[in-house]
Design a protein around this ligand. Structure first.
Ligand code: ATP
Ligand code: MG
Length: 254
């Protein structure tokens, strides 16, 4: 199976500090790939390189097997790569429909086509079985953390994304909301998207992922099938970069 998104040998430094070392990552259609690693391992930096927010120093990005060059979030969006950031995802002062169509509004002549945007937003949310949102004309500031994540994810679906990357979508959520978001993450993958989920929570990782990619100090320690590893092994990969036969040898080379 060809990965929908593949990162090959990416290096990234901020000034003299090298944050990513020859990082590889593959995400497959129909699967959830969990990207794990300790604080500062480089997860968000890797995602920002993929999303065109940071330029890479060297390495390649492949989309559906072909090399692509992503220089801006717009480039990423045009390819069908959508990234959901915990805090930056939505505008508080706009309602759900306005957020979902922000920057890509539908027009009817010179006017905004509110009816068709509303209809499509409604259809997308209900297609994802989202039922907890009272009104799609509700301001996002009045939504709970879980509902915000849901709207951000629905936005990715609305724009026919093929790859959705979620940076810690459940970090600030309670138990019930986390379960809801994870269920949605699973449904996204089941519709054929490649989903990358960054999470610190091993229970979440094992609940929804098909594969796990563990970053350790800016190096990809291992990429494994979730079914082939235990919680303890993944924790070891995160904290020391290796676990038995898995991971980095001598703390550096994979
Ligand atoms: N803009 C930047 N300038 C300089 N250093 C940065 C910058 N962004 C990140 N770093 C450094 O890069 C390293 C990786 O940070 P990154 O945010 O990617 O980690 P992370 O794996 O997402 O961590 P967390 O789990 O805490 O979110 C850290 O040491 C951080 O200090
Ligand atoms: Mg981060």
């Amino acid at each position: 199976m060809t990965p929908l998104l593949e990162v090959r040998g990416i290096d990234k430094s901020f000034g003299p500090v090298k944050v990513l070392h020859n990082v590889e990552l593959s995400a497959y259609p129909g699967e959830v790939t969990a990207l794990v690693g300790d604080n500062g391992a480089g997860k968000s930096t890797l995602v920002k390189c993929i999303g065109g927010i940071y330029p890479i120093d060297s390495g390649q990005l492949l989309f559906d097997g072909k090399e692509v060059h992503v220089h801006s979030p717009r480039d990423a969006g045009e390819l069908g790569i959508e990234i959901v950031y915990q805090d930056l995802a939505l505008c508080d002062n706009l309602d759900i429909v306005q957020n979902m169509f922000l920057g890509r509004e539908r027009k009817n002549g010179v006017f905004l086509d509110e009816d068709s945007m509303e209809e499509l937003a409604e259809k997308t949310l209900s297609g994802l079985s989202v039922r907890t949102v009272k009104s799609i004309r509700q301001q996002v500031s009045s939504l709970s953390g879980g509902q915000r994540q849901t709207v951000a994810i629905a936005k990715a679906v609305l724009w026919n994304s093929k790859v959705v990357i979620l940076d810690e979508p459940t970090a600030a959520l309670g138990v019930a909301q986390t379960a809801q978001v994870l269920e949605l993450v699973r449904r996204l993958a089941d519709t054929g998207l490649a989903v990358v989920l960054i999470s610190h929570n091993m229970n979440d990782v094992f609940a929804v992922s098909d594969r796990i990619a563990a970053l350790y100090l800016g190096r990809m320690a291992a990429q494994v099938k979730t079914a082939d590893v235990t919680h303890a092994q993944v924790v070891e990969l995160i904290t020391s970069g290796r676990s038995g036969e898995l991971g980095l040898k001598n703390g550096v080379t994979p």
